[in-house]
Design a protein around this ligand. Sequence first.
Ligand code: HEM
Length: 389
Amino acid sequence: MSHLAEYDELNPFPWYDRMRSESPVQVNARGVVNVFGYADVQRALSDHEYFSSNFSGGHDENHPISASLISTDPPRHRDLRSLVSQAFTPRRIELLTPRIEQIAKELLDGVAGKGEMDIVADFAYPLPVIVIAEMMGIPSEHRDRFKRWSDAVVTGSHEIESAGVDGVIEGDPQREMAAYFMQLMAERRQHPGDDLISGLLAAQIDGQHLSDIELMGFCVLLLVAGNETTTNLITNAMLCFLEQPALFARLRKQPEDLPAAIEEVLRYRSPVQSMYRVCVKATRLGQVDIRAGQPVIAWIGSANRDEAQFAHADHFDVDRDGNRHIAFGYGVHFCLGAPLARLEAKLALTRLLSQYADFAEVPGSLREPIGSSVVYGLKSLPITCRTSA
Ligand code: HEM
């Protein structure tokens, strides 16, 4: 269950619609500012002079994410981002194609002949984990513990509202993860490789190396951002296609339409529904005055259903023109991993569609949401499938 009593995790869209028409910028009883309209969400996400990404007011040793670029404002943000952006350019990411294709094939081979699979556990979850773990040079036998860790970070992140705005998460998985990365960094200092972690250890800003907590922030951010979100993109794509089964045949015949279909999934069932900011300078958003110190929730999932921006916003339409969704955010924090997420989703779905036909949900299976108002996805999605002739 989400902390928001009226939030329906798998269908928050009627609530968003109501809020956009009744109070597009709403201050709740706890003083949290909820932002629902496309233009206002864009501003909350990008106008860092007024809306900061740093909830804790400084680097918090208990929470590596608070020391990572997603929680840092310019100008420091620009320096941190430039350290990793090289590794994530579309050209660099494109080079991963054969490896991602191979991973997708191996995962499907693992469930071959069964006639059914759980899209999440068998396919959409392991694929991005394996990719990011390999990019970071993490030994394959250590991958299993990632899910528990990244779940702990994600579950913690939607408790920000109830915990105040500091976002501090206590708990063993967090400490375990921190200890793991500290050890990995120590090993890489001794024996550098050509992985992301070795690259970060060698990187400098103005002649200074990153601190241990900053390095760990990067590791945790890449691990969490690279896993859960892409898993949900692949799963949400299957959910959308299952609702319009004719799409399976169309996309199999015309794979060139798949990128547009993926963009529409990102809009229609955005894997990240909301992002946090904190107001740092009094301002006016919509019709509402906001004070410094007020937490702000930018509802990306609502912005992406705003009729003022998207005609027939509640309709899933692969042929939509000018799909300027903000599922990857907007402004300087625009998702660093967008080219990777898009490539992984395209290759994963291409493989699935070419190998199987006649997808259907296993009758009687319940759709259980992840249980967050930040990430939209299912815990499992059991489907039946028949091998293509
Ligand atoms: C479908 C998949 C994904 C979605 C929907 C998504 C969504 C987002 C969003 C909305 C933001 C903006 C946060 C903000 O404004 O505060 C963001 C930032 C970020 N994402 Fe993603 N993401 C995805 C996949 C990935 C992947 C695969 C990676 C890396 C492996 C990644 C790494 C990052 C990083 C490092 C940031 C912070 C960028 C910055 O602060 O400059 N993401 N993502």
